[in-house]
Ligand binder design. Structure first.
Ligand code: SF4
Length: 441
């Protein structure tokens, strides 16, 4: 847990020697509390004080990485229970479990589908993150499946097996890919050594939180530092209880032994049930969710949900305010104006693209507010729109003098005409009305 300036001061030598560059130990303590300086600046810290200060500087939930390169997934480092308190930092990793009894062709087909789960929503690229290979047959089949997955996706890998020997061989195949090791045997003596030797993340699995806490302490003693926690497959209410308690204990009770991201495996055959359960775990508080069904509708819904949960609630998603030509917009193309709230802009953009009519969209800086909110907050006013028209060279881009405004702010038409010198046309209230409106313009 983070210490206050006074708590830190109690640990300092209190000699005011000034060697740290501060006039007093108290001044140094206050800067340490703000994380503005490093503890190394004071050469006189006792070993115990140094240990306590270093521990207080650690995040309550460790950041753990799986995978390598551009597809690397980092989870953990969360600091709050509720999103409105600050924000959730590192989006939960979503992945699929592939059993090793699938034929090579079947594996490749499934990987092809998984690799294509990439799409853009409100200006952000969304994709799944992990492929887990699970040993359900012989070690030989497991290693073949691992090779196939390794060669057909760049995503992070999870190796699931109850045989430490098979895991060791699989690690040779996946060298450099930083896979997550999940030993189902419950015997960590060999896999802990492997995790330490290759500096890899390891799943620590136990049914109860007490057993999990003892296990992570034991793994720490063996030198394993990158840990993902799992309490196994349970009824959804029990799993959410575990996920919530672990988060609470790590954040509110500074329980270091449970200060790691959690994993949840969803074991449902019905894709709708699977999606509902996975959605619950993404919301509370899984760091990784692994699914069985490779279903497009389900996956896109979960990726969208994850995006919404991991946006900063205090900063609406915004786009750069400017004049956007859509299609081959030229001097005679219609000119629409809207706000720079991502969801608003991309909704308008989608409808303009659907109309197939080249158009200009002028996005006004409303600090990420939607049309009516911005209008009520006086961020979307005739003066602001007029300023944007001048700032972004609208009058040079279009030859006509017509500006289409959202129907909800029709009330500003007169004032906007006066401020901008353009003829104002009131467009539809909803973006869905734009294709028909533009075609009949
Ligand atoms: Fe105090 Fe250490 Fe700074 Fe000296 S170097 S003033 S002992 S904090």
């Amino acid at each position: 847990m983070a210490l206050s300036g006074l708590d830190i001061y109690k640990l300092l030598p209190k000699t005011n020697c000034r060697e740290c560059g501060f006039v007093t130990c108290l001044a140094f303590a206050m800067q340490l509390a703000k994380k503005a300086v490093s503890i190394d600046k004071c050469p006189y810290l006792s070993p115990d004080a140094k240990k306590a200060l270093e521990a207080s500087g650690q995040p309550p939930i460790k950041l753990v990485t799986v995978g390598s390169g551009e597809e690397k997934l980092a989870v953990g480092n969360e600091t709050v229970l509720f999103r409105h308190e600050e924000k959730f930092h590192n989006p939960c990793g979503i992945g699929f479990i592939l059993n090793d009894n699938l034929s090579e062709n079947e594996l490749k087909k499934q990987l092809d589908v998984i690799n294509k789960f990439k799409f853009e929503r409100i200006g952000q690229a969304l994709n799944v993150n992990l492929v887990a290979v699970k040993q359900t047959s012989s070690a030989e089949n497991f290693l073949k499946a691992v090779s196939c997955v390794m060669n057909n996706t760049q995503m992070g890998l999870v190796l699931i097996s109850a045989e430490s020997k098979a895991l060791k061989e699989a690690l040779k195949i996946t060298a450099g890919r930083q896979p997550l090791i999940y030993d189902l045997s419950g015997n960590y003596s060999e896999t802990a050594q492997l995790a330490k030797e290759f500096n890899l993340p390891l799943v620590a699995s136990a049914q109860s939180l007490e057993a999990l806490s003892s296990l992570t302490q034991e793994l720490n003693k063996q030198g394993v530092v990158e840990i993902i926690l799992d309490t196994g497959i349970k009824p959804i209410k029990d799993k959410i209880w575990d996920l919530t308690q672990v988060r609470r204990l790590a954040l509110k009770k500074s329980n270091r032994s449970l200060g790691y991201p959690m994993l949840a495996v969803v074991d449902k055959n019905d894709p709708v049930e699977e999606a509902m359960e996975a959605a619950s775990y993404i919301a509370k508080y899984a760091g990784i969710v692994l699914l069985k069904n490779i279903n497009t509708a389900e996956t896109l819904s979960l990726l969208t949900l994850r995006q919404n949960i991991y946006t900063d609630p205090q900063k609406p998603l915004q786009i750069e305010p400017k004049l956007y030509p859509i299609g081959n917009a030229d001097k005679n193309s219609p000119l629409l104006v809207t706000t720079n709230f991502s969801l608003t802009y991309y909704t308008v953009l989608g409808e303009v693209e659907a109309s197939k009519i080249p158009t200009y969209i002028l996005s006004v800086d409303t600090e990420g507010m939607s049309v009516l909110t911005a209008w009520a907050a006086e961020k979307f006013t005739p003066e602001k729109i007029s300023d944007s028209i001048n700032k972004f060279g609208v009058k040079d881009a279009v030859a006509h003098k017509k500006l289409i405004i959202p129907g909800y702010v029709a009330v500003m038409s007169g004032d906007l005409e006066e401020a901008s010198g353009l003829q104002v046309i009131v467009g539809p209230k909803e973006a869905a009305g734009l294709p028909a409106f533009l075609k009949n313009l």
